[in-house]
Design a protein. Sequence first.
Length: 429
Amino acid sequence: MKNYFAYLFMAVFISFLVSGCGSDTITNPPPVNTAITVNGRVSDIFGSPVSGINVIIGGQTVTSGADGSFVINNVTTPYDCQMLELGGNQKYGYLYKGLTTASPHLTTGSGIAAVQYTSNIVVTFPGGLIPAGKKVLLFYSDTTNVIYGKINAGPVNNAVTYPVVWSNNNSTINGKICALVYSVDVSNNILSYDNYAEAELPVTSGLQSIWQPTIADFSLNPGEVNLTAVINPPGGYSIVTSVLCINFSKLTNNPFLLVQAAPLISYTTTPNISGLVPSGLPSNFTLNLFTRIAEPSGANGYKSTIVTAGVNNQVTIEPASVLNTPLNGATGIDTSAVFNYSQGNGSGVYSLQTTGSNNTYIVYTTELNAFFPNFAPALNIEPGTNHTWKVTKYQGLSSVDAYVSMELLHFADLPSVLTSANRIFTTAP
């Protein structure tokens, strides 16, 4: 199986995670009607700071600094927070309802950091380690970055070049290179996990790093065990795809990292999952089942679940919200219009997104009703313009505080993310 799934995961993840995250705990939020100082930050989805973003709380407007930080004094809880991205062709306005946290972490959704670094790791494997019928999964991870796995099919007789891309304003990173060798049959079904090695290795942008492991470095034989799971989609939904991954985030010191997973086994629409997984890897590896679902109207979602070998894992996925009003094709919509949608199953944070020709407006709330956000005069509603709207639900989050108080999540920590079908309306002239 090709390693392109990693990039598919990233595209899917970005499409759902428009914003959120910070290091503040919400276990003891300040009481209602308490005056606080808000010390927040703005970053891209990789955690790199984003400057020049307007943040508005209680009529006070500030701009994020070079390190992405912003400070607003004398804020009464609970408070609403607006964030405006006005630099690109498509402008974004975000509204976070009912916050109490003093340290919100707001994440821009229009793109990634301007600075990205690249390097190549050249790996020379011992002769004969990876003959025909075997594959090797390479993976690199450090404490703050997202770097995907690469799979090479045997025979591997020459050096393998593994490209590394990262974005965190550090041109040199210090991480760990890992290699897992496994055997497959002619249909690429995994038969056994044979060898594993790892080593500390710094990489620098624009330079080439070398790893030359020996046979002795591959002395660990992980072994294998069968994993089974049953996926239970909601009524009317079908399974689009499922991918069983090794999740490498736990290699790092930071337990809350964005997607760091390497695909091992891909499935299509089957609800019954079965396959061999490693049984003897270090404890900081986890196994993760990533499942996407969809229904004919366009509603869709995904769930990422830690699964365990030796038990019959049950994965139940909830339905997305149903959009009630405005009706599809409604006209004359303005800031007095109420957008109403169903809860689906269980609690969560809802992201109401409306998109016109040049502007995108997003509201984060725990309520089942929201108004068209008013960001005038910085971001006016486009009159007489067709818009689409949809609602994304982050299952299991109890408050918008929880949403902006999460660090960027790795696969294993993601809640279910469920997105409604798109509906169309036209704004008032």
